[in-house]
Ligand binder design. Structure first.
Ligand SMILES: [Zn+2]
Length: 449
């Protein structure tokens, strides 16, 4: 099977250039910059005139809720939403039921994904207060790393014993596994919550969410993670950084070639919303850590360009809308986002927050580079043909009908996007094409160096 993607602008490794891409079976066979060369014969041509051709997005942080929470979402439904959004690979998180904290639970997730996932997949192994001795049983070439909840969130996987934390960092460092942390100081959050309950009753209003799950709580925990990583020589990736202060924990402008020891992820939610949005969107934008101030959002946006934020992960975390009712105590935390992260980030390109070349680094190259993904994340001859084709100036509006996630709601309902995802190729197969989805498509397990 040969596909030729014709007439688009390819964005890859810091360059944007006119080129055709030829895929053969599951790989990129050629990138033809001299498009005057006579066309060979192909099984299929994809017209990318007026479009940008990007490496498929690697979403390094999703919660697909399977096993155990499949009323919220499942590997089939959410990987389908991923494909609609140009996401061709994902790393999924361990706070399912059962939790992915044993080699057996991890193995059964891979079995599920092989049967059901429409795009490429891998799974973080979850740390607990006492499972670090199991890390050495894991196949380092099949997982991106260890997920460590240094703050309690959905699924209650908090690791809070000082000795356990140190052991997680040390064991991961010994094995060369990255640690991805959720950083919030749970003791401080609990104190803030009980103060708020005294004043406002059992379910404090949602506008207090960023004051209860405060900037200080984030900073305390992220500082501790940075200290533990430095003490133990651990590769640390801090998930969903939400405050200006945390960004000061690392220095700007880490060179693209080096692999920095400590890196940070930002989510579309923290880059797009601010605390002003609780008024209209209420608990729909409730997530942990909380969406914070306009100044925090501005600092995160700046850090996209200066290199302190290295990756975009969505923290796609669907809940049924019924679970999203109420305030700080009652409403569930998390929102679906995997389908809309790419058009949302492209909107930030239009607003000159970052360049499209930087977007590709943040969403494809860096997740591949920092976690050591083999043969994906770049548009290079010989790489797997994971490709997304996007078109600017093609307005469309998010309606219930367009939402692919099982939960069927989005904080972006009614939002008008100007960029459209036109086609998604995964392992050389056109799995999404102008509104048509190939239901029989299946992704592959991602391989790590
Ligand atoms: Zn998460």
């Amino acid at each position: 099977m040969k596909i030729r993607i014709v007439g688009g602008t390819v964005v890859n490794e810091g360059r944007s250039f006119k080129a055709d891409i030829v895929t053969e079976n599951d790989r990129i066979a050629e990138i033809i910059e001299d498009t005057k060369t006579p066309r060979g014969s192909y099984n299929q041509e994809v017209d990318a005139t007026g479009c940008f051709v990007l490496p498929g997005v690697i979403d390094e942080h999703v919660h697909f809720r399977e096993p155990g929470l499949t009323r919220k979402g499942d590997i089939g439904s959410e990987s389908r939403a991923a494909a609609y959004g140009g996401v061709t690979s994902y790393f999924e998180m361990p706070n399912t039921v059962p939790q992915t904290t044993t080699p057996e639970a991890l193995a059964s997730k891979f079995t599920l994904a092989r049967e059901k996932s429409h795009v490429n997949y891998s799974f973080f192994f979850g740390a607990t207060n006492d499972n670090a001795p199991l890390f050495k049983q894991l196949d380092c070439h099949s997982i991106p790393g260890i997920k460590l909840f240094m703050g309690a969130s959905t699924g209650n996987m908090l690791v809070d014993k000082t000795d356990s934390l140190a052991l997680v960092f040390r064991t991961a460092a010994d094995l060369g596994l990255p640690v991805m942390t959720h950083c919030e100081d749970t003791a401080l959050i609990n104190r803030n919550m009980s103060e708020a309950k005294k004043r406002y009753g059992d379910d404090p209003p949602i506008a207090l969410h960023p004051l209860i799950r405060s900037a200080q709580a984030c900073f305390n925990s992220s500082s501790l993670a940075v200290r533990l990583a430095r003490e133990n020589g651990t590769r640390l990736h801090i998930a969903h950084v939400s405050t200006a202060a945390e960004l000061e924990l690392i220095t700007a402008n880490a060179p693209a070639e080096a692999l920095p020891q400590i890196t940070m992820e930002a989510t579309p939610a923290h880059l797009f919303f601010s605390d002003a949005d609780y008024h209209d969107l209420g608990a729909r934008i409730k997530c942990n850590p909380a969406v914070k101030t306009d100044a925090d959002r501005a600092a995160l946006r700046k850090a996209l360009a200066d290199g302190r934020i290295t990756c975009i992960g969505t923290d796609h975390a669907p809940h049924e809308l019924a679970d999203k009712q109420g305030g700080c105590a009652k409403a569930a935390s998390g929102m679906p986002m995997v389908q809309f992260s790419l058009p949302l980030m492209l909107e930030l390109v239009d607003r000159k927050v970052l360049t499209i070349e930087r977007l590709v680094e943040l969403m494809s190259h860096n997740p591949a580079r920092l976690f050591g993904v083999n043969g994906r994340g770049y548009l290079r001859k010989g790489c797997k043909a994971d490709i997304v084709i996007v078109k600017p100036h093609s307005p469309w509006t998010v309606t219930e009908r367009t939402i692919q996630s099982k939960c069927k709601w989005s904080p972006l309902l009614g939002h008008r996007f100007s960029w459209q995802i036109r086609q998604t190729l995964c392992n050389g197969r056109l799995i999404y094409n102008l509104g048509q989805f190939d239901e029989s498509s299946r992704g592959e397990a991602i391989n790590f160096r």
